[in-house]
Design a protein around this ligand. Structure first.
Ligand code: TYM
Length: 333
């Protein structure tokens, strides 16, 4: 049988960024050729931050358009919106009931995000977020979950919950593995190369957005923070900025870092940045154009998502029924 993959992305911003693209989305596209792929726009997760309804609606559509633009093919992959499949919330509750409070409290993403916004503004949904994520995954019984490094701990929790449920109530869940490609799993902010590139960064000056104009992205890459040295060599400790640009260059071109380093012996950072800007914008330009075209036909986008939700719902409802039965819940007559 063909193995299954599942992954998700939040529609929390106007555009996905280069970290999303290299860390996760490129793998989504690759895996759809070899696997039965389920890709989900996790709109319910996006409710853990304050919502502007008109903007959220726009961002959900823009997310779908970008996923199609990078090459997610709805004939090969099931592309759907989380809130269209009610089993996500239903299984999420079951996982909330088998997750320890201390265990949830150890999630570093929760700690980071709640620290940033302060206790008064931290919502309960942020705390239970990883259990909803476990439901997103386990409903589809995937073998693999392609994500960036920042999701590793959530996937570990998902595995623990699957194993815990299976050993208490019978083998219902496939225990999935994280699919994390070391070389691109942590793309850093161009202005703050010791922090990951993130949509919630205080400034977007170091964030390359898929839907931004090539000119804007060229400017951001040319202004990337580097160091006082001159050699284009990979050294994450001493040369975090240059190392990040090397990783980006390598991830986009498929070349090895040593071969890129060899090209820049005797050249300066200026030449290198110019070339990074070129390979990045060359690869993002067609994506931006395709996404803008998809966005022109909302009806077609909604139809793709409708078909996706139908396919997803069939799989998810079956898993949920198995879970309820294993738990001893009485089916409705
Ligand atoms: P999200 O929406 O923040 O990010 C989507 C994907 O992009 C990856 N990513 C990165 N990879 C490399 N470098 C970076 N700087 C970088 N920033 C983001 C993320 O690791 C992710 O793979 N909790 C998830 C969404 C989610 C999910 C799921 C994922 C909900 N349910 C089920 C997988 C399976 C999140 O917030 O991703």
């Amino acid at each position: 049988m063909v193995k299954r993959v599942l992954s998700g992305i939040q529609p929390t911003h106007d555009s996905f960024h280069l970290g999303n693209y290299l860390g996760a989305l490129q793998q989504w596209v690759e895996l759809q050729s070899t696997h039965d792929a389920y890709y989900c726009i996790v709109d319910l997760h996006a409710l853990t931050v304050e919502v502007d309804p008109a903007l959220l609606r726009k961002r959900i559509l823009a997310s779908a358009a970008q996923l199609l633009a990078i090459g997610i093919n709805p004939e090969k992959s099931t592309l759907f919106i989380q809130s269209h499949v009610p089993a996500h919330n239903q299984l999420g509750w079951v996982f909330e009931c088998i997750t320890g409070f201390g265990e949830a409290n150890r999630m570093t993403q929760f700690k980071d995000k709640s620290q940033k916004s302060g206790a008064d503004r931290t919502v309960v949904g942020l705390f239970t977020y990883p259990m909803l994520q476990a439901a997103d995954i386990l409903l589809y019984q995937p073998e693999l979950v392609p994500v960036g490094e920042d999701q590793r701990q959530h996937i570990e929790l998902t595995r623990d919950l699957a194993q815990r449920f299976n050993s208490s109530y019978g083998e219902v869940f496939t225990v999935p593995g994280a699919h994390i490609l070391k070389s691109k799993a942590k793309i850093m902010d161009l202005q703050e190369p010791t922090s990951k590139m993130s949509k919630s960064a205080t400034s977007l000056a170091g964030v390359i957005e898929l839907l931004d104009t090539p000119e804007a992205n060229i400017k951001k890459i040319k202004s990337a923070v580097t160091d006082t040295g001159r050699e284009v060599t990979f050294d994450e400790e001493q040369k975090a900025g240059i190392s990040n640009l090397l990783s980006i260059f390598a991830a986009i071109t498929g070349r090895s870092i040593p071969s890129i380093e060899a090209d820049y012996v005797g050249k300066g950072y200026g030449d290198f940045k110019k070339d990074v800007a070129e390979v990045v914008t060359d690869s993002l330009k067609p994506i931006r154009e395709a996404a803008l075209t998809y966005l022109k036909d909302e009806g077609a986008l909604l139809e793709i998502l409708r078909v996706g939700a139908e396919r997803a719902d069939a799989v998810a409802s079956q898993t949920l029924a198995d879970v309820y039965q294993a738990l001893g819940l009485l089916p409705r007559a």
